[in-house]
Design a protein around this ligand. Structure first.
Ligand code: NAP
Length: 468
């Protein structure tokens, strides 16, 4: 895949970049080590000062970086600005809380005594250089939610970003440099995916985090496993959105539209499968379909646009294949199901609602990465839970109900890293984020995410004077 900015609204190639060669990669790795030796001993106050400065710079750059993101991957400009603001907020969150989240722990005196020690401390020390292989869909946020906790923990970052967002990737390196982080603390490596294995096998790279597709995750995890290096994987999702009879159906349907089409439908935590109780199915379907049809599809740089193009021509082709397969096997398109006639250029796709979807269709098991929803009818909570779990993925899920017994049932039985009740899934620095099953392992965000790339060190002290 060439490293290039190609505007998905027009298909026009705007800039191309050469990939780094072996000598340049070697220099970057050496620089990362030099930076680590400096950064690992900087105190929390100093790291927080630098990260806070990065947040301020990002706020100042918001308009410009938002335009870059929109041009590179097609998200509506208002969403791009919101993404930049969210990143600055997350940086401040980690700057303010890292010291507390990584504070030394002291086991109870009785346990210390039992372990033969006079004193025991558990300390979170940094691991070193962490390789981050990142996707294009939230080109700033995916990186910042790794980088902010990693840098605050004393690690250094090596970013291999998706090949279609090189300008956003270079912006990030520049941002951390301007904020005052030591040279090499956060570096962007403009390389294709073929170079990842060699970098990951280098002994100077301590660990890796990957957000992206299942095949990419499997490939990186198998190399890391071979090298016995820690990984965190945030992979795909096909989140369920269950609506039960006691729900506020109007609000559930309105929120469902946003939950499905955020980021032009290209979000791992977008609700993708809508599982609706028979009692409210017709009402929900009518409202949801009307909401999807009312969206404005168009140039993402225009403020009035709700949905821009898919990020790549291949991404649209993959989505079309899933929809065409479902339609050929008996699904009904309540709306959409094709390219919009009004946008002959670029990689647009109409917001689509499919019903009468069944297990023999690819879309039933595969992730639809675009503005396409499937809606299922169920007759009770057992059927709803079974259908919600009938997926290889387990990232997040949503349940709309005002019945406490149902809340407990979903909380117990939905196989996912999160269950969001009467609302849509969203990430937040304070909340652990990640999945189970084929959605990956490990967690990002919160203290849990920060500690993934720490050496949890036991400091054991015996008696200083041995009694005769
Ligand atoms: P992708 O093709 O897997 O790419 C993600 C990153 O992995 C890119 O930097 C890519 O580089 C690299 N890559 C691809 N194949 C690789 C390989 N064999 N070895 C090493 N690196 C490799 O995914 P995408 O299409 O950009 O993103 C969409 C997927 O990401 C969806 O499945 C979505 O659900 C998932 N996602 C998950 C989360 C989450 O938090 N769970 C968040 C966002 C997205 P190149 O660009 O150079 O190919």
């Amino acid at each position: 895949m060439p490293i290039a900015t190609v505007n998905p609204a027009t298909g026009e190639t705007l800039r191309t970049f050469d990939a780094l060669g072996p000598d340049e990669i070697e220099q970057r790795l050496a620089l990362a080590m030099a930076a680590f030796s400096q950064h690992r001993t900087a105190g929390f106050d100093r790291r927080a000062e630098l990260l806070g400065r990065a947040a301020d710079l990002l706020d100042q750059d918001q308009q410009e970086i938002a335009r870059t993101m929109t041009t590179e991957m097609g998200k509506p400009i208002a969403a791009a600005r919101a993404e930049a603001a969210k990143c600055a907020k997350a940086m401040r969150w980690y700057a303010a809380r890292a010291e507390e989240l990584l504070a030394d722990e002291h086991p109870a005196p009785a346990d210390v005594d039992d372990a033969g020690a006079t004193r025991v401390t558990v300390r979170y020390r940094p691991l070193g250089a962490v390789l981050a292989v990142m996707p294009w869909n939230f080109p700033l946020w995916q990186v910042v939610r790794f980088a902010a906790p990693a840098l605050m923990a004393g690690n250094v970052g090596l970013l291999k970003h998706a090949s279609n967002v090189p300008q956003t990737a270079l912006y990030l390196e520049d941002l951390f440099r301007r904020a005052g982080f030591p040279e090499g603390c956060f570096q962007t490596l403009l390389v294709g995916s073929g170079a990842v294995e060699g970098i990951l096998r280098d002994p100077r790279v301590a660990a890796a985090t990957l957000t992206g597709s299942e095949p990419a995750g499997r490939s990186v995890a198998s190399v890391a496993g071979d090298e016995v290096k820690k990984t965190v994987l945030e992979l795909g999702g096909s989140d369920a959105y269950v609506v039960m009879p006691s729900a506020d159906v109007e609000r559930a349907a309105r929120t469902a539209v946003t939950a499905r089409v955020q980021n032009n439908g290209q979000s791992c935590i977008a609700a993708k499968r809508f599982i609706v109780h028979d009692d409210v199915y017709d009402d929900f379907c009518a409202r949801f379909t009307a909401g999807m049809q009312a969206l404005t599809v168009g140039d993402p740089i225009e403020e009035s646009t709700d949905i821009g193009p898919l990020a790549s021509e291949q991404g649209r082709a993959d989505l079309e294949e899933l929809v065409d397969d479902a339609l050929a096997r008996g699904a009904t398109a309540r709306c959409g199901g094709r390219r919009p006639k009004e946008q002959p250029r670029g990689w647009f796709y109409e917001p689509t609602v499919l019903t009468e979807v069944s297990a023999g269709m690819r879309i039933h098991h595969e992730e639809a990465f675009g503005p396409v929803a499937t809606v299922y009818r169920v007759h009770g909570i057992d059927e709803a839970v079974d259908l919600a779990n009938d997926t290889p993925f387990g990232l997040s899920s949503n349940a709309w109900t005002r019945d406490e017994a149902e809340v407990e049932r979903f909380a117990r039985d939905l196989e996912a890293g999160g269950v969001f009740f009467n609302g849509m899934t969203a990430s937040h620095p304070a909340l652990p984020f990640g999945g189970v099953k084929r959605s990956g392992y490990g967690r990002e965000l919160s203290g849990h995410g920060m500690r993934e790339f720490c050496n949890i060190t036991t400091l054991w002290h015996g008696p200083e004077h041995q009694d005769a």
